[in-house]
Design a protein around this ligand. Structure first.
Ligand code: SF4
Length: 508
């Protein structure tokens, strides 16, 4: 087993024998075979809708914390092999044995398209597709198996960021066209008495189906993790039984799910190995799977989960819960539509010196203690700066109460990692209004990474020419020293240091 695709990889080198994420050697081997078979498919099979969907699903299944179930992975591998088989099969081990820099660039491309596959998967559920995005999966997979110069691979790394931007845009269109533009909404962390279901992951269509199936059934729905922004979509918030948000950061789930009298549905990552204490009331769907855990198939009949919720009955009394900092209300709904409606005001306040700087603090959360940096960093940002956030890293600070700058909230939550398109649309609009380039905006990205979606997002930011990104909590193990030097020289990427030092460097 060789895996170094995520931030928590062992000793920041690679996982062998077993993954820090809980992935077994057998699981890793089947996932490697899936990627190898997808490369064969891209190289040899006809480019058509069936094969494209196989590629997108297959890549999604190999993202960190998505699928731990050997049976479902093996079944999927068989489906790919049935669709296309060659005796001259590519073996992903060839990639791991390439020289450091080639392996590094090809790994960046592979992990980037895994992240992009997740975005494309969600958009496709609403029938939003793009020929450009679809074709790139083939191009990138082919490149991984071919001899390419470092220059060619470098160009493909940036192209991954470029195409990922299209995938993000497509997903944004799919979500907002279906459920409306998010509107500012306050979400409680308290849990009411009575039956309830906790829904985790990123899939808006799944939560929408669950809300419809639980309507008038006396079962409340609570979001978990990256589902939190769903409260802001008009076509989802209209359901009165969408009550609030359960729990804190995803990496606390084993502790937080242990004793709850309710079922949990995982629609995507981030799922940690499911403990025996709650396995019998845990459900998965789509690409997510875990041994012993019941899987809801593509018919999306959530009856077993609803029955479990009613049987368990929920809490007998109202439960007061808080976020990581003691707050009990989370503000969501600051997607591009909302923030751009405030853009004239933000620009006026910037010109008047009442807003000094805009920080984009977001990305994936994780278990490492060094991630406290992001809580401290946000706490230390002066009140005359705005903070835009996205993805699950915000759980480090999204319950901290802050004052507004005139009518503009000090912290604005743009949504999931899947909603990073909002950040890009907002900074483009600000640059237009301030008549400058994105690079010259008083905007700094301070981001945390964990899995492969954050790799694809980082590539998009680099493609857009955004410099001086502060990245943490550590640098990716799959970036070789030479490639890291190139990134630092060209894009001025910086590892996070301390909140004080970084704030001083940014604000002067
Ligand atoms: Fe290790 Fe991350 Fe791979 Fe899991 S996904 S095996 S933690 S590198």
């Amino acid at each position: 087993m060789f895996c170094y695709q995520c931030e928590q990889t062992k000793c920041n080198k690679y996982c062998q024998d077993t993954g820090v994420c809980g992935k077994t050697e057998t699981t890793a081997q089947i996932q490697d075979k899936i990627v190898s078979a997808l490369i064969d498919l891209a190289n040899g099979a006809e480019r058509n809708e069936k094969h494209t969907q196989l590629i997108i699903n297959g890549l999604f299944m190999t993202i960190t914390n998505v699928n731990f179930d050997d049976l479902s992975l093996q079944k999927y591998l068989d489906i790919i092999k049935n669709a296309y088989y060659t005796d001259n099969s590519y073996n992903i081990k060839t990639l791991w044995d390439e020289n450091d820099d080639t392996r590094s660039l090809k790994s960046i491309i592979l992990f980037g398209i895994k992240g992009m596959a997740a975005f494309a998967y969600h958009a496709r559920r609403f029938n939003y597709r793009s020929e450009v995005v679809d074709s790139f999966f083939y191009e990138a997979l082919q490149a991984i198996s071919k001899n390419k110069s470092l220059n060619e691979l470098g160009a493909l790394v940036l192209k991954t960021g470029e195409i990922n931007l299209k995938a993000l845009e497509l997903l944004d269109k799919a979500n907002t066209a279906t459920y409306g533009h998010p509107v500012p909404t306050m979400v409680t962390t308290d849990i009411e008495a009575g039956p309830f279901i906790v829904i985790s992951g990123h899939d808006l269509m799944d939560i929408s189906i669950l809300l419809e199936q639980t309507k008038d059934r006396g079962v409340n729905i609570y979001t978990h993790g990256e589902m939190l922004p769903c409260h802001a979509y008009p076509e989802l918030k209209k359901y009165k039984h969408l009550k609030g948000n359960f729990g804190t950061a995803w990496q606390n789930q084993q502790k937080e799910f242990e004793n709850i009298p309710a079922p949990i549905l995982f629609t995507t990552n981030c799922m940690m190995p499911v403990l025996d204490s709650y396995a019998d009331r845990t459900f998965t769907t789509s690409a997510v799977a875990f041994p012993r855990v019941k899987h809801i198939d593509s018919n999306k009949d959530f009856t077993p989960i609803i029955k479990t919720a009613i049987e368990l009955g929920g809490y007998k009394t109202f439960q007061h819960r808080t976020g990581l900092n003691g707050g009990c209300v989370l503000a969501v709904g600051y997607g591009h539509n909302t923030v751009i409606s405030l853009a004239d005001k933000i620009v006026a306040l910037l010109n008047q010196g009442k807003i000094k700087h805009i920080f984009i603090v977001g990305g994936c959360d994780g278990a490492k203690s060094g991630r406290n940096y992001y809580t401290e960093f946000v706490r230390k940002i002066p009140q005359n700066s705005l903070i835009l956030t996205y993805a699950c890293g915000k759980y480090r600070f999204n319950d901290i109460f802050t004052e507004k700058i005139e009518d503009i909230p000090h912290i604005m939550d743009m949504g999931q990692c899947n909603d990073t398109y909002s950040a890009i649309k907002i900074i483009r609009e600000l640059a237009k209004k301030l008549n400058c380039s994105i690079a010259n905006l008083p905007v700094s990205f301070v981001i945390s990474w964990y899995e492969q979606k954050s790799v694809s997002i980082l590539l998009t930011l680099l493609y857009l020419g955004i410099q001086n990104i502060r990245l943490g909590p550590g640098m990716p193990a799959f970036v070789s020293p030479n490639i890291m030097r190139m990134l630092i020289n060209k894009f001025k990427i910086k590892p996070i240091s301390t909140p004080d030092e970084d704030l001083k460097a940014i604000l002067g």
